[in-house]
Design a binder for this molecule. Structure first.
Ligand code: PMP
Length: 301
């Protein structure tokens, strides 16, 4: 919460103290809802359209009716950033099932709550990028796609939270999560890549991973730059013997991983490909997005 902050709550901009929802909201009672984490760079909301597509796809999958059109939702996000006078921001967009009764049945919910919070971005410590992360694989497996598909960015993040707790209890900052068959899926809140012999590889999302906007941007950058890239299943062993490993996500961008389960990855320092891709990614965040302040942008030209 910051001074003078305004929260979007169902079409109104309200003080954080007034930005409240019912204790009967099924988002609160059951994790029944969806969300997005979005980032703005210098007044440019990075890939807003893709985030809103993912939100509406998640909504469709869980039969949740969003009371705004796609266009209205884009504008609401941009307006929230504008009202808060932000250029660089982390934006949290939440759509919950809304207030119902204590029963599970969402038919008794009166309508979705739409919440947009735009806040100053809290950057990860620079040492993560300079030195890389030590991560561990954890006992809790990724949600089985047949039970709750990890492609749905639902409010039910208990699976992810448990893996985060297990990682920190093991003295690591991040978890690598495997699926039921032992294939690597993703981290608790980021996608995962390895680099081997010049090839950049990430697990296919059908194994059990969110289709990250950052992940897709990295795949596109590789294709554009002529860097071999593939979506292929891989195991812990493949990670141990990789030349490089890194995680991707909206908040983190690209973070090098230098150790997994006590095995040094490559030479134990952030790899050249990881650094090169981070540079390309940061360049893309300047140009590929939704302009929050179009007049300011046209004055600059
Ligand atoms: N996986 C999970 C489980 C996530 O929550 C996220 C978002 N933080 C990601 C991957 C990365 O997705 P994106 O690049 O769209 O932020």
């Amino acid at each position: 919460m910051s001074e003078g902050q305004l929260i979007y709550l169902n079409g109104e901009f309200v003080d954080p103290k007034r930005a409240t929802v019912s204790v009967f909201d099924h988002g609160f009672l059951y994790g029944d809802g969806i969300f997005e984490g979005i980032r703005a760079y210098g007044g440019n909301i990075f890939r807003l359209r893709q985030h809103i597509v993912r939100l509406y796809e998640s909504a469709k999958s869980i039969l949740l009716q969003i009371p705004l059109t796609f266009e209205e939702m884009q504008q609401a996000v941009a307006e929230t950033v504008r009202r808060n006078g932000l250029k660089d921001a982390y934006i949290r967009l939440v759509v919950s099932r809304g207030p119902g009764d204590l029963g599970l049945d969402p038919h008794n919910c009166s309508g979705a709550n739409v919440i947009i919070i735009a806040d100053q971005i809290k950057l990860y410590p620079q040492e993560f990028y300079d030195q890389g992360l030590r991560v561990v694989t954890v006992p809790t497996r990724r949600n089985n796609p047949d039970a709750l598909n990890p492609k749905i960015k639902s409010l039910n993040y208990l699976n992810n939270i448990l893996t985060k707790i297990e990682a920190s209890r093991a003295g690591a900052l991040e978890a690598l999560i495997l699926n039921q068959d032992g294939y690597v899926c993703e981290a608790s809140g980021d996608n995962v890549f390895i680099v081997k012999n010049g090839r950049v590889i990430t697990p296919p999302t059908y194994l059990g991973a969110l289709e990250g906007i950052t992940r897709n941007a990295i795949i596109e950058i590789c294709q554009r730059e002529g860097i071999p890239v593939a979506e292929e299943p891989f195991t812990r062993h493949d990670v141990f013997v990789a030349d490089e490993c890194f995680l991707t996500g909206t908040a983190a961008e690209l973070i090098p991983v230098v150790e997994v389960d006590g095995r040094e990855i490559g030479r134990g320092v952030p790899g050249e490909m990881t650094k090169r891709l981070l540079e390309h990614f940061r360049a893309l965040t300047r140009v590929d997005g939704y302009q929050v302040y179009p007049e300011a942008a046209s004055h600059q030209v």
